[in-house]
Design a protein around this ligand. Structure first.
Ligand SMILES: *Cc1c(COP(=O)(O)O)cnc(C)c1O
Length: 466
């Protein structure tokens, strides 16, 4: 065994080879030296634990292997991914892809200076979110608007500005948790407002709100239960009713509508999603929603409502802590602008494009894809199946959209191993594992990605990724 180790080239010998010299130029000397050492250590470990005869590669072969491995290791943690899960607003995959015009606007604004807080007409200091306020008012019918980092931030800021130290009345059926760290009672605690729960999990009545109002009350809060549904013996109070009760006591109603539909999504077969303009029309004082859910824009939290409340919100110190940058503003303004013409929005905003894609098109693409990858060695069987996509991102949990998928069984590896290999291929592809099969859902794959997807599978066959 010792002899085998003696035949290993030295670190310096390897660093002198062409492939690793090139690596030093493109990365950095220390990183490559560390990489070579780690690789050699692992190789020694492997050799000393195996009972089989080991053929040590030549110095040149070894250098090429190490360079390839280092190139894989040096890939950025954040990389583009082909979303074949069928979950349209996948929070783990960054929610809504942006419209091309929004990306162009981000590029233009990122490239230099911009009128972020300068009013070019007067030369005076301007309000940061002025650029999107007019569009938000136009699309929702609100008097004023503000934008912050995300909807959790919008909720925190609004509660802090309007009801810090006061009681905020919320139905027990609406005390939601939205994946990970967002839990409404905790956000409320951070804002300094005091949660006043009313009603029960399944039923809350008008009188529950009326009875809870006292001198300590600061606001009534309605929260859209985005990611669950209570069915059966249920009752909730409509926004209109809440507004009637609150205004008798001169109290504001805050409506967290969650996904922020700017158009009626029942057109795409998705019902029950609150529409921003309807909430304003029904009298909400302030509405809150995400920019990267049904709006199909960048991550941000949108606050629209009556001027007196928005002014208070803009003056709160948390506004500064949660403010958005010029790139987000550029993307949001451009995305909102596309909604002025629904046909244009459907063509250009990927979210709406995915939702309105006819199911026959998805079937044709699935058939073509199956034909292109079915013969590969890594695939055992491959067929086209009718399936259901989910909106995701905490929107409409019980509703699905018809779709077509390519269903694959793997050759020579478990389905989880196969999914992992595909995730680490180039490009990275994330599918949906279901009953020992990997499904590739065409609804969330853009037609331009079909060929890249084939490439990712071909890389698996050629063993180019690990
Ligand atoms: C998604 C959601 C949130 C959180 O929004 P983020 O933009 O992810 O911070 C809050 N409330 C509701 C009702 C939601 O659906």
């Amino acid at each position: 065994m010792r002899n085998v180790f003696r035949n290993l080239p030295s670190v310096n010998q390897l660093l002198d080879s062409a492939p690793l010299k090139k690596m030093v130029e493109s990365v950095n000397h220390r990183v490559v030296v560390d990489g070579v050492r780690t690789f050699l250590d692992e190789l020694r470990d492997q050799v000393s634990t195996t009972t089989e005869d080991v053929v040590i590669p030549t110095a040149h072969e070894l250098a090429e292997k190490i360079a390839k491995w280092l190139a894989t290791e040096e890939r950025p943690y954040l990389r583009p991914v082909i979303n074949a899960t069928g979950i349209i607003l996948h929070t783990g995959l960054g929610r809504a892809p942006l419209a091309k015009p929004a990306i162009d606007a981000m590029n233009e604004i990122a490239d230099g200076y911009a009128s972020v807080e300068v009013d070019l007409a007067t030369g005076n200091r301007g309000q940061r979110t002025k650029s999107v306020e007019r569009l938000l008012c136009e699309l929702t019918g609100a008097e004023a608007a503000a934008v912050v980092n995300n909807n959790a931030g919008a909720t925190l800021l609004t509660l802090s500005a309007i009801a810090s130290g006061k009681e905020v009345i919320v139905s027990r059926g609406q005390l939601i948790e939205i994946g990970g760290s967002y839990r409404l009672p905790k956000v409320m605690e951070c804002s300094g407002a005091i949660l006043r729960e009313v009603g029960t999990t399944n039923k809350t009545h008008e009188s529950d709100y009326e009875d809870a109002i006292n001198e300590e009350t600061g606001a009534l809060l309605k929260v859209h239960p985005s990611n669950f549904e209570v069915v059966g013996f249920t009752k909730s109070v409509s926004l209109k009713e809440m507004v009637r009760i609150a205004s008798a006591h001169r109290l504001p109603v805050i409506d967290d509508i969650g996904s922020g539909a700017l158009v009626d999504f029942s057109k795409y077969g998705l019902t029950d999603e609150p529409i921003a303009a309807e909430s304003i029309r029904d009298g909400a004082d302030v509405i809150l929603f995400s920019g990267d859910k049904l709006v199909g824009g960048p991550q941000c939290g949108i606050i629209c409502g009556k001027k007196i409340w928005i002014e208070k919100i803009l003056k709160n110190p948390l506004m500064r802590a949660l403010r958005v940058d010029k790139i987000t503003l550029a993307a949001l303004a451009t995305t909102l602008g596309l909604y002025r013409n629904l046909e244009q929005a459907e063509q250009k905003i990927p979210l709406l494009r995915m939702l309105s894609m006819p199911v026959e098109n998805l079937k044709l693409r699935a058939e073509k894809l199956a034909g292109q990858i079915g013969h590969l060695d890594c695939i055992d069987s491959c067929e086209v199946v009718e399936e259901a996509s989910m909106l995701g991102g905490g929107s409409l949990p019980t509703q699905t959209i018809p779709t077509w998928c390519v269903a694959i069984t793997a050759n020579g590896s478990s389905i989880d191993q196969f999914a992992a290999k595909l995730r680490n291929s180039t490009p990275s592809v994330i599918g949906r594992v279901q009953k020992e099969r990997l499904l590739l859902d065409l609804r969330t794959i853009s037609p331009a990605q079909d060929l890249h997807l084939v490439t990712a599978f071909e890389h698996l066959d050629s063993g180019e990724n690990r």
